[in-house]
Write a protein that binds this ligand. Structure first.
Ligand SMILES: C[S@@+](CC[C@H](N)C(=O)[O-])C[C@H]1O[C@@H](n2cnc3c(N)ncnc32)[C@H](O)[C@@H]1O
Length: 222
């Protein structure tokens, strides 16, 4: 029995990779190409993508909403896992990053499942709500700019069906949310700290934050 989560080491990561479902070869390639990119660390961790896929299959998800596409690691992993009639609404603002994602969607033969909206995500989410897409999505991932996270969450809560899941990445901000409040904290730390602290009081949801990657919050809508 252990009272603590064991810390990740390269040896443990290698061991886990050997006993867990194998990473799709195309995702290995995408991760390697993204790692060479100036902002390569922005993709979700391999284990986070595997958990998202596992949850999507657990709840038999068809419709997935993604806020923050980057070079396409999470969207490609989810598209490969969704059924043939599954659909992804993908939000990003950056053409250069998402051109890489589009290339991998084509190689994975999943382009037909994905609709990319290239504009600030809040605009896309409000349009979806205005066009009667409330309760349409089974699962959502919030993984874009951090300061609007509470606004992304409120929109996702409308768009995801009861029983559906909202995942939020980078909720620990590399541990900065847990450090003693000082005088010069960034806006994102202040916002995420307040947001994280409020989730357990929200009667509309069942939240759980786990130390996977840079912190992943999983929320089930009641
Ligand atoms: C952390 S990366 C997403 C990583 C992605 N989920 C993956 O696994 O590869 C964040 C992305 O959010 C996008 N982004 C930043 N601000 C945004 C906004 N206001 N609306 C939509 N996307 C935004 C960035 O262009 C970037 O591609």
């Amino acid at each position: 029995m252990s009272q603590h989560t064991c810390l990740s080491t390269p040896a443990l990561e290698q061991y886990l990779a050997g006993i867990n479902p194998v990473e799709e070869p195309l995702l290995v390639q995408l991760r390697a190409e993204t790692a060479r990119h100036r902002k390569g660390a922005m993709s979700i961790a391999q284990e986070q993508a595997k958990l998202m896929v596992w949850l999507a299959q657990l709840i038999q998800a068809r419709n997935y909403l993604e806020i923050g596409v980057f070079t396409g690691y999470s969207s490609t992993a989810m598209a490969l896992a969704l059924p043939e009639d599954g659909h992804i609404t993908a939000c990003d603002i950056n053409v250069t990053y998402t051109d890489i994602a589009r290339r991998y969607w084509q190689q994975a033969n999943v382009s037909h499942k994905i609709q990319l909206h290239l504009q600030p995500a809040l605009i896309t989410l409000d349009k979806l709500i205005a066009s009667n897409q409330a309760n349409h999505y089974d699962i959502a991932l919030i993984d874009a700019d951090k300061t609007p996270t509470p606004h992304y969450f409120e929109r996702c809560l409308q768009l995801v069906r009861p029983g559906g899941i909202i995942a939020i990445d980078n909720v620990l901000l590399h541990g900065r949310v847990a450090q003693a409040a000082g005088g010069s904290e960034s806006e994102s730390v202040l916002i995420m700290r307040k947001f994280n602290a409020g989730l357990i009081y929200d009667q509309r949801i069942r939240p759980l934050t786990i130390p996977l990657g840079d912190g992943l919050t999983l929320i089930q809508k009641k």
